[in-house]
Design a protein around this ligand. Structure first.
Ligand SMILES: C[S@@+](CC[C@H](N)C(=O)[O-])C[C@H]1O[C@@H](n2cnc3c(N)ncnc32)[C@H](O)[C@@H]1O
Length: 249
């Protein structure tokens, strides 16, 4: 498939990670976070199925990585597609899921380009931990809107600039926060594009390094209990490091 590779640096970065990206999800605390994310994707798929009136739904996972989210889609009876800028990640997922009848296409593609017409439209689209890597994430959101069927569901996440996310950003790139957003800004951008029923929730106030460190039952339990407590006190999104949006076309 021909397209303009705009995010070559990201592709190179994830080509180096390769299958090692799965290891990042091994610590027990990270598995708790992963459960939250896969739960949101499941709910999005189930919403898509509910609206389908029994017809086979078409689903798309953007930024397949090592397949953590793709695997969730394949638990359902769907016609599934996947893309990633990293050829290593696509090869890896083809090795893992290429034999499944549910997988229709898994290809290298940069979502900053509009999806080709011959891919058709989708009922459920996910982009978990993908858009923050593209400075052109607003363009990507427009492309995703175009790729959805009317009523189609889109689920994605994005760092919250009003949270501890700001610490690594300041260290790495001074004042540049173009890869983070906020509850209000995301709602506005999504509504301007045309999305409706925009729901935003959040997760994780504590820094990501703690998630990487907490691999024992006790430490992971304390970390996740602290997160639950902070959520109870602050609500779902205030100061949450990650914002999760579910919306419809
Ligand atoms: C952090 S990984 C997340 C993988 C998977 N979604 C998950 O949550 O486990 C980000 C993935 O998105 C891909 N990616 C980043 N920018 C992209 C873009 N513009 N178009 C398509 N894929 C992209 C990367 O190559 C990488 O495999």
């Amino acid at each position: 498939m021909t397209f303009k590779m705009i995010n070559q640096k990201t592709a190179d970065y994830f080509n180096k990670w390769g299958r090692g990206y799965s290891d990042a999800w091994e610590p027990l605390a990270r598995r708790g976070l992963s459960g939250f994310e896969t739960g949101l994707v499941r709910r999005a798929i189930e919403r898509g199925l509910k609206k389908s009136g029994g017809r086979l739904i078409r689903t798309l996972d953007i930024g397949v990585g090592t397949g953590r989210i793709t695997k969730v889609f394949l638990d359902y009876d769907v016609a599934h597609f996947g893309i990633d800028v990293s050829s290593v990640m696509v090869e890896h997922c083809l090795g893992k899921f290429g034999g499944s009848e549910r997988v229709k296409r898994l290809e290298v593609y940069d979502i900053v380009n509009p999806l080709p017409d011959d891919w058709g439209k989708f009922d459920v689209v996910s982009a978990i931990r993908v858009l923050p890597y593209a400075s052109q994430w607003r363009e990507a959101l427009k492309n995703i809107y175009q790729a959805l069927n009317p009523g189609g569901v889109f689920v994605f996440n994005f760092p919250n600039k009003y949270s501890s996310t700001i610490v690594p950003m300041i260290i790495k790139s001074g004042k540049d926060q173009s890869y983070a957003s906020s509850y209000g800004e995301l709602k506005q951008i999504l509504a301007e594009i045309g999305f409706s029923q925009i729901e935003i929730t959040g997760f994780a106030r504590l820094l990501d390094v703690f998630y990487a460190w907490c691999n024992g039952k006790v430490s992971a339990g304390i970390l996740l209990a602290t997160e639950r407590f902070l959520r109870m006190v602050l609500g779902p999104t205030l100061f949450a490091r990650l914002l999760y949006c579910t919306c419809r076309k």
